[in-house]
Design a protein around this ligand. Sequence first.
Ligand code: GDP
Ligand code: MN
Length: 388
Amino acid sequence: MDLLEYQGKQLFRAHGLAVSEGRAADTVEDAVAAADAIGYPVVVKAQVLIGGRGKAGGVKLASSAEEARQHASKILGMDIRGHTVHTLWIEHASEIASEYYAAVLLDRSAKQPLVMFSTEGGVEIEQIAKQTPERLIRHHVDYLEGLSRAESLQIATEGGAEEDVREGVADALLALYEVWRQEDATLAEINPLIVTPDRQVKALDAKVSLDGNALYRHPDHASLSDSRNEDPIERKAKEQGVQYVKLDGDIGILGNGAGLVMSTLDVVAQAGGKPANFLDAGGGSDAEKIKQAVEIILANDAVKAVLFNIFGGITRCDEVARGLIGAFEEMGPAISVPFVVRLDGTNDEDGRRLIEQAALPNVHPAKTMNEAAEKVVALAAAQSGRQV
Ligand code: GDP
Ligand code: MN
């Protein structure tokens, strides 16, 4: 679960990381009132779950109520790369002497927390890693030992933090590590972590992702999710208990088991296609669930063809076939895209026979995963009039 900047900053503050005083606002009037209360100059910031807001015009300084009003009306409702701005964060503007970068994340391959720090902040981390990799410190932490003050100070020093703020940077890193650990975050990032002219170290931005599987340990985190910022199809899927993630391609994917779905995405990509979603119908999927899943996949207008990749174990292929037939019976004319269906495993012959007997329009069987992927990529290309 990704948090908005101001929500991340609330967690920062709770763990002793310095942030500017601010208020959230959903209307222009609220924004101006917040700015008046905070005192000028303020910075008016779009709250969306995507970075690069500054470049997109979603972060503006205001030195008067009039300017705050102008910026607030311009930014509210703005579209930042597909994300509509519903909320603003108004905070007291900071003076900046230096912009650093700091992050704590879970390094899955090392199976350890990773602290990253650079004095080249304010630009995207990908850019820092590419242009000045020698100035990006990467430090793994022993989870049981935790991050010590000595380690933290060493990171600040090796990273080249200015001498008079090394202690301050070390404190910030320790606090950030506690945000990551105690809040069960998968990522806690500050870009930029600034040094002010009076040598305070402060988080000017916040990017925090919480581990959704740990939500039960943090009842207070439930209030942090704002359904307005969720994708409407993902929200519907969540309500129906379907594991769905929207992607930006045009080939709808359904599989059973997260691992199989992941490899299906890979195989489709390898065949030159672009998956439109991740959808794990789960083990033991019954016909009703398959029908729901088809509806969710087709709710995405970008979908030009659908690939069903089922490996029957607990899931019975005949049940999946019944679900697909049921979906066609109910949605019939609404289904205007081709389906490629690969059924393998428990009751696969029954499943294939059912589909054949139902004579569903534009449904193509495939024997192997590779064959299925190639077929669906070709069908999607034909559907959108592209050349393969
Ligand atoms: P992002 O573009 O989504 O990463 O949003 P940020 O919160 O990082 O803001 C973008 C940039 O705006 C920062 O890198 C700063 O250069 C600038 N900025 C943000 N807040 C302030 C502020 O309080 N004072 C000043 N002078 N600049 C700010
Ligand atoms: Mn930023």
